[in-house]
Design a protein around this ligand. Structure first.
Ligand code: DAT
Ligand code: MG
Length: 146
């Protein structure tokens, strides 16, 4: 079976607040592998597609305005169990309910400004990354995985 990947996106508030390095560090230190990264201005139609499961919710227009309000940092992270583990590192959707030690628990206060996205399943991870990754092998791999 292929190695699991998750799509992590630092939202415009995370970029504007200078939290890019801090957030990347948490995934690096955990031992996951960075397989892709770009700074990207998300167009409205792609934001609507990304959050299409929420399109009937009252906050949907605000969510789309927020995600398209400035550049985001798009990343693919790889490792065993990375999807569920990244969700734990990120913390609860509402930052006031997120545990201290999580990204949202430490760095955010409002659901509508919760600094980071992480895929909720391996299938969605695959779908949200959609190919176009450089092929490379990290020298860390044999020191992380026996
Ligand atoms: P998560 O980002 O933790 O996977 P989600 O997929 O349920 O949460 O929702 C996606 C984003 O939509 C979430 O990060 C912030 C926004 N959102 C969700 N529920 C909300 C609510 N009740 N009020 C305002 N924004 C909300
Ligand atoms: Mg989600």
């Amino acid at each position: 079976s292929e190695v699991e990947q998750t799509y992590i996106m630092i939202k415009p508030d995370g970029v504007q607040r200078g939290l890019v390095g801090e957030i990347i560090s948490r995934f690096e230190k955990k031992g996951f592998l960075l397989k892709g990264l770009k700074l990207f201005q998300c167009p409205k139609d792609l934001a609507q597609e990304h959050y299409k499961d929420l399109k009937e919710r009252p906050f949907f227009p605000n969510l789309i305005d927020y995600i398209t309000s400035g550049p985001v940092v798009c990343m693919a992270w790889e490792g065993d169990g990375v999807v569920a583990s990244a969700r734990k590192l990120i913390g609860a959707t509402n930052p006031l309910q997120a545990e201290p030690g999580t990204i949202r628990g430490d760095l955010a206060v409002q659901t509508g400004r919760n600094v980071v996205h992480g895929s909720d399943s391996p299938d969605n991870g695959k779908r949200e990354i959609e190919g176009e990754l450089a092929q490379w092998e990290s020298v860390q791999t044999p020191w992380l995985i026996e």
